[in-house]
Write a protein that binds this ligand. Structure first.
Ligand code: ATP
Length: 259
């Protein structure tokens, strides 16, 4: 049985954060939570405002790929006002927050696939899309969109059945989305507040990457780079050792990783 619609009051009640999730705007159905979050950010929404939808009808991944987000999953976007220096870390902290919460609430082991897919047993359980508006040297806003498969049957969606998983599928029982959302907002805030204090977010993210040391193909536009994913730089970019021995730096956002 899928949980009832979640209300803002359900989420904010007992939420242990200083600003993330203090304002939640919830919709039964939206095209994309990131689109509404960007609209709210442009209108001056406070940092930490959350847009939540029970389902998305046109959820997006990177490169405008479709993200399936039926009822039973979590679709939310968080509005932040990071500094330009913090911007590249958002992708790391979002994937880290998701991984930590899946472990805490569901007791399941996770992996992170560079740059920010969260996997369970090699299958994708969460997608993250960060969009920002940068003007000159200032960040007007950033929106972190999170799509997490909680209570859904991957087999019901042939497009993703072979590559996706969900928490209920892994556990054999449904989970409280409320508990996961609260955890996500709290972990996001903890990690966000840690950013100015050093590289702990980067280090934990790097240590959880399953991609490092593996042979990968990276497609960027029409070019496909092949090589060994050797390491990551502190801005989150991937350092790829090519067969000719050269090392190239690949910035996330415009690339897809295969294998
Ligand atoms: P990939 O996951 O294929 O390596 P990517 O990281 O660029 O690429 P995203 O842009 O984050 O992917 O997400 C879009 C892709 O995720 C889609 O192309 C589709 O294959 C897959 N997908 C869509 N909906 C879901 C879902 N609910 N669960 C798991 N995977 C999904």
């Amino acid at each position: 049985m899928v949980e009832e619609n979640l209300s803002p009051a359900d989420i904010t009640h007992k939420l242990k954060t200083d600003f993330i999730g203090h304002k939640v705007i919830a919709y039964p159905s939206l095209t994309s939570t990131n689109d509404i979050a960007k609209r709210e950010a442009k209108k001056g929404a406070r940092e930490g405002t959350v847009i939540l939808a029970e389902e998305q009808t046109a959820g997006r991944g990177r490169l405008k790929r479709a993200w399936l987000s039926p009822r039973g999953s979590i679709a939310l976007s968080i509005i932040l006002h990071p500094t330009p220096a913090q911007l590249p870390s958002l992708s790391m902290l979002a994937s880290l927050a998701v991984a930590r919460c899946i472990e805490k609430v569901g007791g399941l082991e996770t992996q992170i696939k560079w740059p920010n897919d969260v996997l369970i047993n090699g299958k994708k359980v969460c997608g993250i899309l960060i969009e920002s508006d940068v003007r000159g040297s200032a960040v007007d806003y950033a929106v972190i969109g999170i799509g997490l498969n909680v209570n859904l049957k991957p087999a019901d969606f042939p497009e993703i059945a072979a590559t996706a998983t969900s928490l209920s599928h892994e556990l054999g029982r449904e989970l409280s989305r409320l508990q996961i959302i609260r955890c996500l907002l709290e972990e996001m805030e903890n990690l966000y507040l840690e950013l100015p204090e050093g590289d702990s977010v980067f280090r934990e993210w790097r240590d959880r990457l399953v991609t490092l040391g593996k042979e990968v193909e990276v497609s960027s536009g029409k070019t496909i780079y092949k090589g060994i994913a050797e390491s990551v730089a502190s801005d989150g970019s991937l350092l790829l050792r090519q067969p000719d021995g050269s090392l190239i730096k690949i910035v996330a956002g415009d690339v897809t990783l295969r294998r």
